[in-house]
Design a protein. Sequence first.
Length: 193
Amino acid sequence: MNWIESIMYSSGFSTTTPPPPEVLLQAKSPIGEVYFKAKSDFAKEPIPILGLKGMIKKFLEENAALMIWTPYGGMMDKIPESEIPFPHRSGTSFMIQYYRSWSDTEKRPDLRIKWIRELYSYMTPYVSSNPRQAYVNYRDLDLGQNNNLKTSFKQAQVWGAKYFKDNFNRLVKIKTKVDPENFFRHEQSIPPL
């Protein structure tokens, strides 16, 4: 399967009689709208066998879920946390991403979200803490979110520290200088001072 065939397959198109690749330009999938909830963790230590067994048991309660484990170490350990905004480096053993998607025909999407929150809760003793760290490329609104245009530094620090650790303070200063009116924003954007 070549790259474009894999895109067609993951978009829900038939692989036996696929339509022309131009169908992707229409931004319509044969499986309808797809939604997802993703959460993430960083771990400093290996997860004990008992913890892994419980995690697998919880994971198998849900079909079509996905967990991605990304190992860290090596060169990542040599780059200082303050070098770039992404701070999860020295001392981080691996990252875990939890993912569950559903289509617009799903009868109870709230059950999918409940399940991923329960899995995330189960993992609490096995992952980073103070703060529990998270991967920024998933907007996990469970961590907190802006109040439209009126987000305080203190409020944003709740999720900012999880995504950026000590780099959050530096990023707020940069945001204040570059975008003081907060024109570029989203639910978890860094606020200006």
